[in-house]
Design a protein around this ligand. Structure first.
Ligand SMILES: Nc1ncnc2c1ncn2[C@@H]1O[C@H](COP(=O)(O)OP(=O)(O)O)[C@@H](O)[C@H]1O
Ligand SMILES: [Mg+2]
Length: 438
C-alpha cells in the first residue's frame, strides 16, 4: 500500500479525551474514530489489526475443536424471557421495539440464542461434545464507557459455548478452552495469567479470567511471578489427550483478582515471587452447568434413552479490547510496537527523498519485490520531511522499517531498522529483503 493513497489520518497532537496510552495511540495512529460514546469506527490500519487478532483467535479455537458459526446481533426478547434474564439483565441491555411492537434487543452475549440452536438440532448424546463459537459485535450499555475500545458499549467478542453430556466431559471441554486461551494470548504477544474468578451460585472452581498486567488495568490482581515467566508456546498440545495436568500446573500457583483475593495464600508465596499489580481482563471462561439448558429445555437422549439436560460452559475473548490491550503491553514513547502476529503491515518502506531518481527507482524495485514475496508493506512515497516520515513509522509501529536515502540509493544500500529493538543495519537491498521476508 502506498501511503500517499492510504487513508491514515494521523494526529500530531495528543487527543485530550484519551486518558490511557493505548487510546491515545489508537487515535493518533488513525486506527479508530469515536462515533458516539463507547462506539467506534475502525479505519483501515485499525481494521487490519482487528482482523489479525480475529485470525489468531479463530485458528486457536478451531485447533481446540470449536466450530465457528455466526449468530445475529439482534435477538428476540422471548428467548431471554425463557432463561429469566430479560428482566434480570438491567440497563446494560439495549432494548428495542420492532414495527410490530415486539421486544427485541441488541445481544450483550449469546447463551440464549446458542442454546436455542442446540435444542432444536441436537437430539442424542452421540452428537456430544459440541463447542460452537462466533466472533460478533455485542452491545452493553455500560455506565461508564471509557479508555477507547477497552471498555466500549459496542465491542467485538469471541464467544464460545460448550455442550456436554456430563460434568466430567464438561470439565474436559473447559480444559480445552483454558489451554486454547493460553496459546491465543501468547501468540498475540501477551503474557495472560488465568486467575480464579467468581462462580456465583454455580459454585466450584471452573471460572477463570485471563488477565494481562498493565498499570492502566481496571482490576487489582495478585499472583505468583512464575506465572508471567512461562513460555506457553514451547509445549505442544494434544487436544485429544488429557489436559488436566496442564491446567493443574497453572492453577496450582496463586493467582486471583481482588474479588477472590486471599491475603493469607498470597503471603505464603516467597516475597520476591509475589506480584501485586493491576490487570486487564482479556478473556473469561466459565462453566455454568445446566443454568440455561434446564430452563430452556436443552436435552438429549442419553445412552439408555433417558433424557439428559446438557452441561454447558461459555468462553469469551474481548477481540476489540485486545487491540488496546496489546498496545498497553507493547509501546514506547515514540508509539506502538506491534507483535508480528497482529502487525497491520510487516514492513514500512521509507523513501527519504521522493522525486529523487535513485531513491524512487530503488524504492519501486524493493516495493515490487516485497509485494511479490507476499510481505505486507506500507510504502511511504509522500513528499514529506524525513523527520515526519520516521515519526509516522514509529507511531504506527510496524515491525520493520526499510529506509532508502539518496546516498544509499547510489551506493546500493538501504537501512533496516527493527522497531522493537531499535537496532539499525546498513545492508544491500537484497540482504534486507531476505531478512524481512524470512
Ligand atoms: N465493554 C466492553 N468493551 C470491550 N470488551 C469487553 C467489554 N465487556 C467485556 N469485554 C470483553 O469480553 C470478554 C467477555 O466478557 P464478560 O466476561 O462477559 O464481560 P464482563 O467481565 O465485563 O462481565 C471480557 O473478558 C472482555 O475481554
Ligand atoms: Mg468477565
Amino acid at each position: 500500500m502506498r501511503l500517499s493513497a492510504y487513508f491514515l489520518p494521523v494526529l500530531k497532537e495528543n487527543p485530550s479525551e484519551a486518558q490511557i496510552v493505548s487510546h491515545r495511540l489508537m487515535l493518533r495512529a488513525g486506527m479508530v474514530r469515536q462515533s458516539a460514546a463507547g462506539i467506534y469506527s475502525w479505519l483501515p490500519l485499525g481494521l487490519r489489526v482487528l482482523r489479525n487478532i480475529e485470525r489468531v483467535v479463530r485458528e486457536e479455537q478451531d485447533r481446540a475443536g470449536a466450530q465457528e458459526i455466526l449468530m445475529p446481533t439482534i435477538q428476540a426478547a422471548d428467548l431471554w424471557r425463557e432463561s429469566g434474564r430479560y428482566d434480570d439483565y438491567g440497563k446494560e441491555m439495549l432494548r428495542i421495539k420492532d414495527r410490530h411492537d415486539r421486544d427485541i434487543l441488541f445481544g450483550p452475549t449469546a447463551e440464549e440464542v446458542v442454546t436455542d440452536i442446540f435444542r432444536n438440532n441436537v437430539k442424542s448424546y452421540r452428537d456430544l461434545p459440541k463447542n460452537l463459537y462466533n466472533i460478533q459485535w455485542k452491545f452493553r450499555d455500560e455506565v461508564r464507557p471509557r479508555f477507547g475500545v477497552m471498555r466500549g458499549r459496542e465491542f467485538l467478542m469471541k464467544d464460545a459455548y460448550s455442550f456436554d453430556i456430563d460434568k466430567a466431559s464438561a470439565r474436559r471441554s473447559y480444559n480445552r478452552m483454558f489451554v486454547a486461551y493460553l496459546r491465543t494470548f501468547a501468540r498475540l504477544g501477551l503474557q495472560a495469567v488465568p486467575m480464579a474468578a467468581d462462580t456465583g451460585p454455580i459454585g466450584g472452581d471452573l471460572s477463570h479470567e485471563f488477565i494481562i498486567l498493565a498499570d492502566t488495568g481496571e482490576s487489582a490482581v495478585f499472583c505468583h511471578r512464575d506465572l508471567i515467566e512461562r513460555d506457553v508456546l514451547a509445549d505442544s498440545v494434544d487436544y485429544a489427550g488429557d489436559l488436566q495436568p496442564v491446567v493443574d500446573r497453572w492453577t496450582s500457583l496463586y493467582a486471583a483478582t481482588d474479588e477472590k483475593h486471599d491475603a493469607a495464600a498470597f503471603d505464603a508465596i516467597p516475597e520476591d515471587r509475589r506480584i501485586a499489580a493491576r490487570g486487564i481482563e482479556v478473556g473469561h471462561i466459565f462453566y455454568f452447568g445446566t443454568k440455561y439448558s434446564a430452563k430452556m429445555g436443552a436435552q438429549v437422549a442419553g445412552p439408555g434413552g433417558e433424557s439428559v439436560t446438557v452441561e454447558m460452559g461459555s468462553y469469551g475473548i474481548g477481540v476489540s479490547r485486545l487491540a488496546g490491550a496489546i498496545i498497553e503491553a507493547s509501546h514506547d514513547d515514540a508509539g506502538i510496537i506491534w507483535p508480528d502476529s497482529v502487525a497491520p503491515f510487516k514492513v514500512g518502506l521509507i523513501n527519504l527523498k521522493s522525486g529523487d531518481a535513485d531513491c524512487d527507482r530503488v524504492c519501486a524495485e524493493l516495493y515490487g519485490k516485497l509485494n511479490t514475496a507476499g510481505v505486507e508493506t506500507l510504502y511511504d512515497d509522500r513528499d514529506e520531511r524525513a523527520g515526519a516520515k520516521f515519526a509516522t513509522m514509529d507511531l504506527i509501529g510496524l515491525p520493520w522499517q526499510l529506509t532508502v536515502g539518496p546516498r544509499g540509493a547510489k551506493a546500493g544500500t538501504v537501512e533496516l531498522k527493527h522497531r522493537r529493538t531499535g537496532e539499525k543495519h546498513e545492508l544491500s537491498a537484497d540482504a534486507a529483503l531476505a531478512k524481512v521476508a524470512g
